[in-house]
Every structure is written in structure tokens, then in C-alpha cells.
Design a protein around this ligand. Structure first.
Ligand SMILES: Nc1ncnc2c1ncn2[C@@H]1O[C@H](COP(=O)(O)OP(=O)(O)OP(=O)(O)O)[C@@H](O)[C@H]1O
Ligand SMILES: O=P(O)(O)OC[C@H]1O[C@H](OP(=O)(O)OP(=O)(O)O)[C@H](O)[C@@H]1O
Ligand SMILES: O=C(O)c1cccnc1
Length: 451
């Protein structure tokens, strides 16, 4: 008898930081991990030593060749609670074995892409450099977190390995130790300017921002300008950034350097950046590290991997987890997710989760709210165009440029109603269940409760 095939869905129930959406990220690394999925002899020897597995199972692992099909939403897409962002169909033992691997990759990158999107929304178009490697939870989180940060809107990184791996501009300014290691701040700035005459971003807060840092930077900028170079600017990394940036801006302007840019850093996040800009702090660039790379205000995206269906005797049998908590009831069956647009318009107004073979075309659709904690009020959706979001993923999927993903993500975000994108108290975006899926879920609920 061939092994039972099964379909699992990846989805999350809650958005970090009380936001309304998550930016999906990590698909490319999932594809790479599945392409590379295998057990070495020393893996098998270790598993054998546990005395838990029989030889038949270990032989199956030795010769394993994944026979799973994957559907996923494209990276960068804003997605909402309960929507499958990936489905995996394959022999049940194989598809089950992939749970933790897939969740590890998607949960991490989607979390950081979402945090980055929030920070980049707050920065309102000003470039944000990713500065987090030193505070990331280990090397992998630094590298793949940087990839996700760029998907979420960052334009460059000080993580040179990530820059090399993903084609991201490597960027940075100067360390305090550079300034401290010279006899004077002025000597330190001059030495830097000699080496990098066209990349003179000087760190002005080692001793006294307004008393020495900015005046010394201005002295060096004058010397650079006299030699035909365009000074880049300064970085402020402590103190009251608004007050210091305003005073520094005035000093730079008065000295004839209105083009010199001010970069701010120091444990920045979306709230602090919003506050700085509300105070009209004249900041041109942000360097953001620890709060971004660890998503420290909301460090977990609790994406889950749930059985949705198995195949028995050639029949697809929907499966559902009932659970003691109403919020954890799952959606049975093989599914597709659609984003609904008004005909001819670029504004999405709702998503619909439907059974894979359920018709969701231009006809009126009687749908219910997908949130199991809602009152399940029916709505009739009319006058829409429906675009499917889950696409087949091939193992030979081309390696997308991270900036192409970032760009697509921004386009998809612009399609959403503005109140959904608010950083504070965003509107909930509507996610409905199509009628056949809603009926299937209700029927299975009755059946399982009856049992
Ligand atoms: N005008 C401002 N509005 C809101 N937050 C600010 C403002 N200026 C600075 N901050 C933030 O306040 C926090 C603490 O800044 P503080 O000046 O105490 O740091 P610091 O003196 O550099 O200390 P440390 O040496 O530990 O970095 C940082 O997260 C910083 O980004
Ligand atoms: O604050 P983040 O958002 O993580 O940005 C990166 C930080 O890393 C550096 O600080 P460093 O490790 O030298 O410590 P310090 O400046 O707090 O002393 C840099 O000067 C930034 O402040
Ligand atoms: O200014 C920089 O170059 C910098 C600072 C902290 C972390 N990464 C880069």
C-alpha cells in the first residue's frame, strides 16, 4: 500500500506588535532546505544510538527523496491571521518531518521582515541601514534577519556577509574606538577623511556632540571641500537625538554644508523614530540594530503547521483540530487564499480562504468571518476580482533579488486600505471563509463534538 499522503498548512493566529499584517519571508531558504534535505551516515548512526528507531525506518531515512509539493504565497506579500501562507502535500511521514524546519525559517524571517516594515514605515522614506548583527541571536539570525530586514524595507546593512550573500549594499559609518584610539577627535576624523575622502560619515558623539564632535567634523569637511570632495555627514548615537540633530543641522548649515547628512542611531525602533520625526528632528538616515534584528518588542511569530487533509483510498479526507480553545480550531481541507479587489481598481478590500476546488469567481459569495472568536456574521461579497495567493513552488525556483522582493512587497502594501497599515491600533483587514469551507468546518465541528 502506498504511504498515506497528507496536506499541512502553515499559518499564524496573531500578528506581532498588535499590528494587522505580517510580511511573508523565508520561502527561498525553505526551498533550499528542502532541496538539501537528507540524512548523512553519522546522522543515522546517532539516531540508531538512541535505540528508538528500527532499521526499516533508518533505511527509509538513508534513501529519503522528498516527494512533497509545496504551495506558498510569494515573499514580501502582506498576509493575515489564519491564512495558509504555505501548504505542503506529500507522504505523511515526509511532510510531518518538515514541520519544525519550515516553521523555523518562515517564522524567523517573516517576523523580522514585519518588524522592518514597521520601522521603515515610521522612517517615512528615509533610508534605514540594518545595524543589528552584534545583537542578533546568533550568526544565522544575523544573516537571515538581514535578508528579511531588506524585504521589509531596509536599504543597506553593516553585516558584510549578508551583503555578499544577498547582494545588499554594505554600509556603515565609524566606531567609537576609532575616535578613542587617536590622541584627539580631530586627528581621528582627519585620518578617516584621508582614507575615505568620499565616504566621510563621522561619528560625533564620543566626547561632546555640540562642543567638539560637530565643530571637528566641520573643520574636516572644510578641508575635504577645499580638496574637491563632498563631505557625507555625521552620525549621532546618544543623548537627546532631536535636540542634538537640530543644533548640529544649524551648525552644519551655517558652516556651508547643507548637503551633509545626519544619521541617527542608538536603540531605535518604530516608536522612537515616529517620535523623533514628530519633533521634526532633521534626520536623513537611520541606523537600526538590536530592536530590528531581534524584534525585541515582540520576539515571536507563532506560525504553526497543521494537518489539513489526508488521502485515503484515493479520496481526500479533510482533517481538523478541535482543541480545547476555540481560537485554535483549524481549517480543514486543501485550500486556496484569494485577495479581492474592486474590478479595475488596485485596492484590495478583503481576503477569502476557500477550498482548493471551490469556485471563487465574480459571482456573489456568501462568506463568514474567518476568526473563530467572532460572531460568524455572514456577509455577501459582490463586485470583486479574486486573485489567488498560493502558488506552486518548484525546487528549481529562481533566486529572487531581495530588492525585487522589497519592491513587490511595497506594491502589495499600497493595495491595502491605509487604516490597516497604521502602526498603532490598525483596522482589522477582513479575512472571510468561502461558503463550502465554512460548511465543511461547521460540519466537522458538529461531527467531532458529537464523537
Ligand atoms: N528625542 C528623543 N525622543 C525619543 N527618544 C529618544 C530621543 N533621543 C534619544 N532617544 C532614545 O532614548 C533612548 C536612550 O537614550 P540615552 O540618551 O539614554 O542613551 P545613551 O545616553 O546613549 O545611553 P547608552 O550609552 O546606554 O547608549 C535610546 O533608545 C534613544 O534612541
Ligand atoms: O543601538 P542599535 O540599534 O543596536 O544600533 C547599533 C549600535 O551598535 C553600536 O553601539 P555599541 O555596540 O558600540 O554600543 P553603545 O553605542 O551602546 O555603547 C552603535 O553605536 C549603535 O548604537
Ligand atoms: O556606524 C556603523 O557603521 C555601525 C554601527 C553599529 C553597527 N553597525 C554599523
Amino acid at each position: 500500500m502506498p504511504p498515506t499522503r497528507a496536506t499541512f498548512d502553515v499559518f499564524f493566529r496573531q500578528v506581532p506588535d498588535q499590528g494587522s499584517f505580517v510580511v511573508a519571508a523565508g520561502l527561498q531558504q525553505v526551498v533550499q532546505a528542502l532541496n538539501n534535505f537528507h540524512f548523512d551516515e553519522d546522522d543515522l548512526a546517532y539516531l540508531r544510538s538512541l535505540d528508538l528507531y528500527n532499521e526499516r525506518f533508518l533505511t527509509m531515512l538513508r534513501t529519503i527523496k522528498l516527494d512533497c509539493t509545496v504551495q506558498a504565497v510569494p515573499e514580501g506579500l502582506p498576509v493575515f491571521p489564519r491564512e495558509p501562507l504555505m501548504t505542503v502535500t506529500g507522504p505523511i511521514a515526509q511532510a510531518q518531518m518538515l514541520e519544525t524546519l519550515i516553521l523555523n525559517i518562515l517564522n524567523h524571517q517573516s517576523l523580522i521582515a514585519t518588524k522592518s516594515r514597521r520601522i521603515n514605515f515610521a522612517a517615512a522614506g528615509r533610508p534605514v541601514m540594518e545595524f543589528g548583527a552584534r545583537r542578533a541571536q546568533g550568526p544565522d539570525s544575523a544573516v537571515y534577519g538581514t535578508r528579511a530586514a531588506v524585504i521589509g524595507g531596509c536599504g543597506s546593512t553593516s553585516n558584510v556577509l549578508a551583503a555578499k550573500m544577498f547582494g545588499i549594499p554594505a554600509a556603515g559609518t565609524m566606531a567609537h574606538s576609532w575616535v578613542e584610539s587617536f590622541n584627539s577627535e580631530l586627528d581621528a576624523f582627519r585620518a578617516w577623511a584621508r582614507m575615505y575622502p568620499d565616504n566621510s560619515a563621522l561619528l560625533v558623539d564620543t566626547y561632546d556632540v555640540l562642543g567638539s564632535g560637530v565643530p571637528h567634523a566641520i573643520t574636516v569637511f572644510k578641508e575635504l571641500a577645499a580638496a574637491g570632495h563632498q563631505p557625507v555627514g555625521i552620525r549621532i548615537d546618544s543623548g537627546d537625538i532631536t535636540a542634538l540633530a537640530k543644533a548640529a543641522r544649524a551648525m552644519l548649515d551655517a558652516a556651508g554644508f547643507p548637503e551633509a547628512k545626519i544619521t541617527a542611531s542608538n536603540a531605535l525602533n518604530e516608536q522612537i523614530i515616529t517620535s523623533l520625526l514628530q519633533e521634526s528632528a532633521p534626520i536623513d538616515n537611520f541606523g537600526v540594530g538590536e530592536e530590528l534584528i531581534t524584534s525585541s518588542s515582540a520576539p515571536v511569530l507563532s506560525g504553526v503547521y497543521k494537518l489539513a487533509a489526508i488521502e485515503q483510498d484515493g479520496q481526500v479526507v479533510p482533517k481538523m483540530k478541535l482543541s480545547a480553545s476555540k481560537a485554535k480550531v483549524t481549517l480543514p481541507g486543501r485550500k486556496q487564499v484569494y485577495r479581492l479587489y474592486r474590478p479595475g481598481a488596485h485596492t484590495a478590500f478583503a481576503d477569502v480562504i476557500a477550498l482548493a476546488d471551490e469556485a471563487v469567481a465574480g459571482q456573489p459569495l456568501t462568506a463568514v468571518n474567518s476568526d473563530p472568536l467572532s460572531t460568524h456574521k455572514e456577509v455577501t461579497l459582490t463586485d470583486y476580482e479574486a486573485r489567488p495567493l498560493l502558488q506552486s513552488v518548484t525546487s528549481a525556483a529562481s533566486v529572487d533579488d531581495v530588492f525585487a522582493i522589497q519592491h513587490r512587497s511595497q506594491t502589495w502594501l499600497r493595495e491595502l486600505p491605509a487604516p490597516v497599515l497604521r502602526l498603532v491600533n490598525p483596522d482589522t483587514y477582513h479575512v472571510y471563509l468561502a461558503p463550502q469551507l465554512a460548511q465543511l468546518q461547521a460540519g466537522l465541528l458538529r461531527e467531532l463534538r458529537g464523537n
